[in-house]
Design a protein around this ligand. Structure first.
Ligand code: 5GP
Ligand code: MN
Length: 315
């Protein structure tokens, strides 16, 4: 899965784990980095290796591997420090992913489909097409539901197709308690996160109506002050899109080791191309990310120049 995994990355990996384990395979799930507190309820999560924290254990598992499933990322660089090791591995590498422009040469084979809502939906399709739908159990359902629900914005984005709803119906047949999963993911934060959100929306959000764009830029010192942890800023970028007329929202955060950018759009502005062109990133048409080695101020300046260059598409 990709670094700093979200519910789709972690859910697809653990969903596949709960499937393959039933055939007697020996499976190890590895995350390139640590993950948010609010993913820790997922069945199997306690055994996932944090590669950054424990590279020896991760490398030992990778050296033993005959097959490597690469889930919810399109280029090996999305696995951060693990990428060096992955490039050297000669085992069969199978990609299952829905991001644009996969680095095909890095994978032996696989499925890349940007029309799919989530990698969790793709893992579900693999299970159905394998003819083993009888193996779908409640643990797997919880993991796959979490990813498909969050990647579709709780089933509101256009990618929430009839097939997605049929998948959810099938997962419900296992006895899946979906409302508990919403609670685990959305009603499970500490007070500081909500205070931080309020502070940021009040003091760190700028709206540029001439470009129908909103920017939230957060300095490192604010992350420290509010004791912000991995995952606490997830979802923040979506708030400005609730303002009438806003077509693009950007979140730029100084994470100390790098400046991380998130972009979201409504309608026909392509943030995948935008993130790729200006911020060494990528993702999907309406949701993408990137990063910069420059300071927060320089990154904000680069962003301002970029929206000026794209003003015709943003108006
Ligand atoms: P987020 O803004 O939530 O970090 O990411 C939004 C989407 O863009 C996700 O699908 C994520 O995988 C992708 N993404 C985020 N950062 C990067 C990046 O630096 N490079 C690429 N290629 N994709 C990214
Ligand atoms: Mn995904």
């Amino acid at each position: 899965m990709h670094q700093k995994p979200d519910a789709d990355a972690m859910g697809s990996a653990l969903g596949l784990y709960h499937f393959l384990i039933q055939f007697g395979h020996s499976i190890t799930v590895i995350s390139p980095t640590n993950w948010a507190e609010w993913l820790k309820w997922m069945p199997g999560c306690q055994d996932v290796i944090d590669y950054e924290y424990n590279p020896e254990k991760g490398n030992a598992a990778l050296d033993r591997a005959e097959w490597l499933f690469c889930l919810d990322f399109n280029t090996l660089s999305r696995t951060r420090s693990m990428a060096v090791k992955l490039r050297k591995l000669s085992c069969t590498k199978i990609l299952i992913d829905h991001h644009q422009e996969p680095e095909s040469a890095s994978f032996t084979y696989g499925i890349s489909d940007t029309a799919k809502s989530s990698t969790c939906e793709m893992v579900y399709d693999v299970i159905i097409e394998s003819g083993h739908s009888d193996k779908i159990n409640r643990e797997m359902a919880a993991c796959l539901y979490a990813g498909v629900m969050t990647d579709t914005g709780s089933f509101r984005f256009p990618v929430a197709t009839a097939a997605v709803h049929r998948m959810v119906a099938r997962l419900k047949d296992t006895g899946l308690n979906h409302s508990k999963i919403h609670e685990n993911l959305f009603d499970n934060f500490l007070e500081n996160r909500l205070r931080f959100t309020g502070y940021v929306l009040q003091h760190k959000m700028d709206i540029f109506y001439e470009y129908n764009t909103a920017l939230i830029a957060i300095p490192w010192k604010d992350l420290v002050r509010f004791e912000i942890k991995t995952g606490d800023t997830e979802g923040l970028v979506n708030y400005p899109l609730s303002i009438k007329g806003i077509k693009m929202a950007a979140l730029i955060i100084d994470r100390d080791e790098e400046v991380k950018c998130s972009f979201r759009s409504k309608g026909d502005f392509d943030v995948n191309t935008f993130a790729r062109k200006y911020f060494a990133g990528g993702g999907h048409f309406n949701a993408a990310g990137g990063h910069s080695g420059e300071s927060l101020e320089q990154t904000v300046q680069r962003f301002m120049a970029a929206i000026k260059e794209n003003s015709s598409q943003l108006q």
